[in-house]
Design a protein around this ligand. Structure first.
Ligand SMILES: [Zn+2]
Length: 193
């Protein structure tokens, strides 16, 4: 029915979760292979989606110390991701910044009224209004939803946004080269676009 991954019940307790994670961590201690002193040795930042099927370090077979990884829902270039991009390039010497989108992204629902309505039924209209007024944006824009199948376009939009933010704030010599790529959830293949 499911792939070979662990599933927990909705009723899982905090203690059970901690036990599961710590059990795995104890195994990791013996497997850990990588740096505990050098940070970002591939001089590359990857911005990807929170989707748990996009394990960036595993996709590129990166060891601890090699890749700098940022994640949020929809791999969006938000203010905080920009902050981290600057830290990575200015302080950690990152030369490349990859916006890594992926196929079948759950944030690609902007042109799907059924999915948008579903969110509105889970979050009350009052809460949606609060989110909108707090962010001073249309709430759909604030969430960062994009159109179905437009993973490439979204990655391009986010890359352009980063370039604009960099151009507005720091000199060229501090700017990483921005790349765009898509991860295919099913095949596991990465394609630069
Ligand atoms: Zn996603």
């Amino acid at each position: 029915m499911f792939e070979n991954i662990e599933h927990v019940a909705d009723t899982i307790t905090e203690k059970e979760l901690k036990n599961l994670l710590l059990h795995r961590n104890r195994q990791w201690i013996y497997k850990k292979d990588g740096s505990s002193s050098v940070n970002g040795s591939l001089k590359t930042v990857v911005l990807s989606c929170i989707d748990s099927r996009v394990p960036v370090e595993k996709i590129f077979q990166a060891k601890p110390g090699e890749l700098l990884v940022l994640k949020n829902a929809g791999n969006l270039m938000t203010d905080d991701m920009f902050r981290s991009a600057l830290v990575a390039s200015v302080e950690l010497g990152a030369k490349f910044f990859i916006v890594l989108g992926h196929t079948r992204c759950g944030m690609a629902i902007k042109n799907n009224p059924a999915k948008i309505d579903h969110i509105a039924t889970k979050i009350s209209q009052e809460s949606l209004n609060k989110l909108a007024s707090r962010s001073k944006k249309d709430v759909i824009e604030w969430f960062g939803f994009f159109n179905q199948n437009e993973w490439n376009e979204n990655a391009t939009t986010q890359a352009e946004k980063l370039q604009k933010l960099l151009d507005e704030t720091v000199s060229k010599d501090l700017q990483p080269t921005i790349l765009k790529a898509i991860y295919d959830l099913d095949s596991g293949e990465v394609t630069f676009i």
